[in-house]
Design a protein around this ligand. Structure first.
Ligand code: ATP
Ligand code: MG
Length: 354
């Protein structure tokens, strides 16, 4: 954990709600992001995670609630009242998207320079003479190049600084997006599923990059992630959403053993949660996650035995095993109230965009 956790939260979300017509995507959500921490938001598909980001970054105007951003210099901003460009420039919040949004035809270096466009234009006095002659602009331009170089080295892309960004491997593009966000000097960096689609080596590089960002720049990180290996390894604090409501909030090891979280990921009925809580409270149980899986597997086998007609030759076809929360869900069943008894799924990064 970072040393600054005892400080005031950088972001306070209070009674946040977001409705789309009759659909309640976020319901009276309260959470805090501590300054200098990596805070993860997890939850099944459709839980409302990206919607929270869209409210924080001004893409959506929330239906209700307050989002207070407190900067290091003491300035406070009510994000729900600010337009998105001021959320970036004044409140110092940067984000990446669930789907990659680089300029694929520009090089990594150019992508990082474009991110600093506002600072450069300001130093030019917004005039052509400024661009051509003002010493302030020349200094700012050199500083922008230096910053871009720093981040290219940090993400191991200095050797590919002049290739089109669209030609880079997927993991490198993800890191470049994060570097681009960092070039805007954020105090809060919001990352929407940065590990989606990464192989284990790229995932490890990402973990290191995020820990470096936290430890070396002091930037607070708010992370949406389905990859539990990433969440459990680098997060200081985890918030779990289900159907737009917070169901758990705490340190990673506490959250991973929370029966409500296990149930949300496995997709069990409400009454089963009560049973799980009882069983988890039993001192003889070493690992509640294993217990939940064993319990549900037994139940699934019994269900299958009941459902399958005995005449079927070759034995019953097994249902796909329900997964532990500490793994990426893989089935493609959509989330929804009607699918409560099914393991809810994670879609591939290539599907759709938000
Ligand atoms: N612009 C919109 N209009 C209508 N409904 C929306 C809109 N944006 C999100 N929703 C709905 O709000 C709910 C939450 O969506 P959201 O994208 O926040 O989920 P998520 O937790 O990010 O899911 P995933 O893990 O699949 O990315 C979903 O039911 C979604 O269909
Ligand atoms: Mg999402």
């Amino acid at each position: 954990m970072s040393g600054q956790s005892e400080m005031d939260p950088i972001l306070k979300v209070e009674h946040l709600s977001m409705k789309f017509g009759g659909l309640v995507a976020i319901n009276d959500l309260n959470l805090e992001v501590k300054r200098g921490d990596i805070t993860a938001i997890i939850g099944p598909n459709g839980a409302g995670k990206t919607t929270v980001f869209n409210c924080i970054t001004g893409f959506y105007k929330p239906t209700g609630g307050m989002l207070t951003l407190a900067r290091k210099n003491g300035e406070k901003y009510l994000l729900e009242r600010l337009p998105d460009y001021l959320i970036t420039h004044k409140a110092r919040v940067a984000r990446t998207f669930q789907n990659i949004r680089l300029f694929p035809g520009l090089t990594p270096l150019e992508n990082l320079l474009v991110a600093q466009h506002n600072a450069l234009m300001k130093s030019s006095g917004y005039t052509i003479l400024g661009l051509l002659g003002l010493p302030g602009y020349k200094r700012a331009s050199a500083a922008a190049t230096e910053k871009a170089r720093f981040w290219l080295e940090k993400i191991n892309l200095i050797d590919r600084a002049d290739d089109p960004a669209g030609d880079l491997p997927y993991g490198a593009q993800r890191r470049l997006e994060i570097a681009r966000a960092m070039c805007t000097d954020p105090e809060l960096l919001c990352l929407d599923e940065p590990a989606a689609g990464l192989n284990p080596r790229e995932s490890a590089q990402l973990n290191k990059l995020l820990l470096d960002i936290r430890d070396e720049t002091g930037t607070s990180v708010l992370l949406i992630e389905h990859d539990m290996a990433v969440v459990m390894e680098i997060s200081d604090h985890v918030v779990v959403l289900e159907y737009g409501t917070k169901i758990s909030d705490g340190q990673p090891e506490v959250v991973r053993n929370d029966p409500k979280v296990i149930a949300a990921y496995l997709g069990v009925e409400d009454e089963e949660i009560a049973e799980l809580i009882e069983e988890v409270d039993t001192p003889s149980v070493a690992d509640p996650t294993d217990l939940a899986v064993a319990h549900l597997t037994k139940e699934a086998v019994a269900e299958i035995a009941q459902e399958q007609p005995p005449a079927q030759a070759g034995g019953p076809k097994a249902k796909p095993a329900r997964k532990k929360p500490a793994a990426k869900p893989t089935s493609s069943q959509p989330a929804g109230k009607s699918s409560r008894t099914s393991a809810r799924a994670k879609k591939k990064p290539s599907e759709g965009s938000k």
